[in-house]
Design a protein around this ligand. Sequence first.
Ligand SMILES: [Zn+2]
Length: 373
Amino acid sequence: MKKCQLIDTTLRDGEQSPGVYFNTEDKKNIARLLNQAGVVWIEAGIPASGPHEIKKIQSLLSLGLNARFFSWNRLKIKDIDASIEAGLKYIHLSFPASPILLKYKLKKDLPWLLSELEKTVDYAKSKGLEISIGAEDASRTDRKTMAEILKKINLLGCIRFRYADTVGILDPIKTARIIKNLKNETDIPIEFHAHNDFGLAAANSLCAFRSGAAFLSVSVNGLGERAGNAALEEVAMGLRFIEKADSGIDPRLMIKLSKTVEKASGRKVSVSKPVVGKKIFEHESGIHVDGFLKEKSAYEPYSPKILGRKNRFVLGKSSGKNAIRYFLKKKKITGISDEKIASIRSYIVSLGEQDKKLYGKKMKKMDFLSNIE
Ligand SMILES: [Zn+2]
């Protein structure tokens, strides 16, 4: 089976979401769960942001987890020193690649970048650090410039090259072409870092893997800048069921991770969010429930049991006769005539139309059975 390693950035890119703040306990809880779920690489934070962040990373390292923690750094010696102070052995060095960031934001040019890359990587290596290196805004960088950059990086001895679609503008076809080109230009294992501005982060990530990326950046619930990153849960399940690849992730921990990050971040997860949404295994439509009762896989791509979850049928405006029979049977009521079932159905449909919230508890309490008499 093909293998893909996930690099979780919930504690770095995720925490960069406006208004999101993880205290030390939050960071420790999330890191423990990520480790338990089988995540090998955890981007823990940005030590250069100050002593408070350094302390948090130190407490993550003191947990003694199997997962490898690393930090995000600019091409600056003081950033690397802060990571060393935090006690890290692995660091990520991020450099601006696109003209928008390099020329207009930093007012620098390519020769400057190539010389800084060498200087900072040499410094980090002299301190015994293992370095992952990454092109920020790589997807808005022309191919020629990227080839020049890679020519330099190929000589530096880094463990990974991160290609960041920083503003999420790629689509799966472009992603596949880019990763294949990169594979021709470097032997360094490639990490693809997606953003979800057009809802394509997970799709692009799967395509990147299919095209040769060995690592994929993810975050729990897709928490991250703007529309977020590729969601860990979506990518892990996509790798398993679409790519038939092993990410080493235990799907039974997806819900716990999602809820923990939802609570710590204050960012609500939609009820229809893939993999972790509360209502994604709920069925009401008569056609779907009927199909499901005959063949469990009729209207679901995989069994919710894989996630430790269950299917749920609800009665409402689009319930069919078979669903009603199923509910009655569960209450050990059988032998009801077709006419009676039809009248119960009309009653439920009319209630469903009157009150959009006729699901869950309220529906359970509803005495539709009195309609049988
Ligand atoms: Zn990012």
